[in-house]
Write a protein that binds this ligand. Sequence first.
Ligand SMILES: Cc1cc2nc3c(=O)[nH]c(=O)nc-3n(C[C@H](O)[C@H](O)[C@H](O)COP(=O)(O)O)c2cc1C
Length: 173
Amino acid sequence: MTGKVLVAYATKNWATAEIARTITEVLRDEGVDSVMRPAREVGEIQAYDAVVIGSPLYEGRWHKDARRFVRLQREALSKRPVWLFSSGPLDPSASERDIPPVPAVRQILIRIHAKGHVTFGGCLNDDAGGWAARMIIKSGKGGDFRDFKQISAWAQRVAAELRGDVVARPRES
Ligand SMILES: Cc1cc2nc3c(=O)[nH]c(=O)nc-3n(C[C@H](O)[C@H](O)[C@H](O)COP(=O)(O)O)c2cc1C
């Protein structure tokens, strides 16, 4: 099946939105009809055959927009192929090894029978808003750790799974 794919994302400082955009573009390049939408703006998902949900990690959990989206669409999501991604670590760890979902995201994965999850490196730029973000930047721990080659490769594997190709499992935990 390919059908139409929704890439729903939450974001505070745009890092995750840019990851979602890359995934959407790669899916399209792979011949999969895809649209990206902020999770908070998505109503019904009946028009979509598969869904990718992405969220940044803040204080060890997903952004509230992504949590709310999953809560409201739980039943519909559990009837479709769904892949999850988290964007978080502000170091190269996500490029170096599989980082399992945080416990709350693992619960989501199980609850909606998602096909997989991946953690991508995060990004925190100097212009990020919020006191805590500024403290992290001030302590020299900001930066862009998104690995767009890794992101594209993951999206290609999702596309292959959607097409029903036999492929190695996407990096997931
Ligand atoms: C206050 C704050 C708390 C954060 N907490 C976590 C965390 O618990 N785990 C993690 O991996 N990354 C954490 N991060 C890093 C963010 O997840 C990362 O910057 C992410 O890419 C931001 O995405 P966004 O720009 O789409 O909001 C935190 C960043 C900030 C500013």
